[in-house]
Design a protein around this ligand. Structure first.
Ligand SMILES: [Zn+2]
Length: 436
């Protein structure tokens, strides 16, 4: 081998590295690995079609190699058969808005988690959270901010990818970005306000923003998260933070590096600026109007409604139990969610889990159905729609030959009764069985 060839191979390896990282899986046997035939009662493939009774799925190594009526699948003689009676097999669920480094606010309020919990304590909890998430059938998460725990999400993702701890494949944003004074904790004496640790990284103006976006990328961010608005008005009301030009700069820098931007936004103006700047997703969107949802539809911006976040905080205060008549804040949320559905906005499923218990992510699917979505559409939101938003549509989110074997089985049929997603019987990620 010549030095030149050596150099070429070396360069190729470097070029391929990001792709391996995106795949985020242990490098398994691929097409030559052990074969497993999964035999559920039915298969729902992640598309907008009904489940297929009597179908089976063949997995080899890390990949799905065949899907169809059981009799049509030629399993090799050495294949292991896993019978999954009375279940529906579906793509591993995707959580588009998690905080693995937070735990429920009725255990410890957010301010105290940020100010009083050492990073090692938070990481120790996050290890448990990652396992609970995977066992609940969520094989991928987009984790939208460590909320004061620095770059701990990057190391957590590495621990999962290296097989040290069980957990979902992760897309991480590290610290998230806010303008100076926008975020929290706040309310300290003015003499010390500049020294109080914040739940996100402050950045302002062209130089400051450019530096922070690139620095987060340098430290391992797969996505960039910004707060387009927050409660920093004169009386604590929610007002936009970044100017439209600042948001455009963030999106330009992120996009030119091959990354996308998620924007926290609850006001019409915050949403409008973020949509026009070209963010990929709007998080929450609580006060979205028909006009702003029309703009989202036109720009192809996805909505991650996080209904469970508001619902859980009411539940934690004893002000609401799932199934009761809706309090005013949830009635308003339902109205804006319906306006988004009516406008034809792409809904991606994400719950803001961390506000409530990890392992309870499926609550978001139940709430989306309660708020007017068909069960099949809610399932699409948490599988193929989320995969498409992540740019992972050729790897995850569907039960399809050639894709990674991220598969779960739940008792019953979630396309008829969405609550079935809470009854997980089987979890496979990257061809590895984690729950059976
Ligand atoms: Zn969040």
């Amino acid at each position: 081998m010549t030095t030149a060839t050596h150099m070429k191979l070396f360069v190729c390896a470097i070029l391929l590295l990001p792709q391996l990282l995106v795949a985020q899986g242990r490098v398994g046997g691929g097409a030559n690995g052990a074969a497993t035939l999964l035999v559920p009662t039915r298969v729902w493939d992640g598309t907008n079609t009904q489940p297929h009774e009597g179908w089976a799925v063949l997995v080899r190594g890390t990949q799905i190699t065949a899907v169809g009526p059981r009799a049509s699948i030629n399993a090799p003689p050495d294949a292991t058969t896993i019978d999954l009676p009375n279940t529906t097999l579906l793509p591993g669920l995707i959580e588009a808005h998690s905080h693995l480094l937070l735990h429920p606010y009725n255990e410890t309020v957010w301010n105290d988690q940020v100010l009083h919990e050492p990073e090692a304590l938070r990481v120790a909890r996050a290890v448990n959270h990652a396992k609970a998430t995977l066992m609940a059938g969520f094989t991928t998460v987009r984790d939208l901010g460590t909320e004061g725990a620095g770059y701990a999400d990057v190391g957590l993702k590495m621990a999962i990818n290296q097989g040290i701890i069980p957990g979902p494949r992760m897309f991480v944003v590290t610290k998230a970005i806010v303008v100076t004074g926008e975020y929290a904790p706040k309310g300290f004496t003015t003499e010390y306000a500049d020294q109080i640790p914040q739940g996100a990284e402050e950045a302002d103006g062209v130089d400051g923003i450019s530096k922070v976006v690139r620095s987060q990328i340098k430290h391992g961010a797969d996505w960039i998260k910004v707060y387009a608005d927050y409660g920093w008005g004169p009386n604590g009301e929610v007002r936009p933070g970044f100017t439209e030009d600042e948001l455009k700069l963030i999106v330009n820098i992120a996009n030119s590096s091959g990354r996308q931007v998620a924007a926290h936004a609850t006001t019409e103006e915050g949403m409008r600026r973020a949509i026009l700047a070209g963010v990929r997703t709007i998080e929450h969107g609580d006060n979205g109007t028909p006009a702003v949802f029309k703009l989202m539809k036109e720009h192809g911006t996805c909505l991650v409604p996080t209904i469970a976040a508001g619902e859980s905080q009411l539940e934690q205060r004893g002000a609401y139990t799932m199934g009761d008549s809706l309090p005013i804040s949830l009635r308003n949320k339902q109205a804006s969610f319906k306006a988004a559905l009516d406008a034809g906005v792409t809904i991606c499923s994400g719950s803001d889990v961390g506000v409530f218990s990890h392992g309870d992510e499926a609550k978001e699917l139940q709430l989306m159905v309660q708020f007017g979505m068909k069960p099949l559409d809610a399932l699409v939101a948490a599988t193929s729609a989320d995969a498409n938003m992540l740019g992972m549509e050729d790897r995850i989110g569907l039960v399809k030959a050639g894709l990674l074997a991220d598969l779960i089985a739940v008792a019953g049929d979630p396309t008829i009764d969405i609550a079935a997603v809470r009854n997980v019987k089987f979890v496979m990620k990257n061809g590895v069985v984690y729950r059976q």
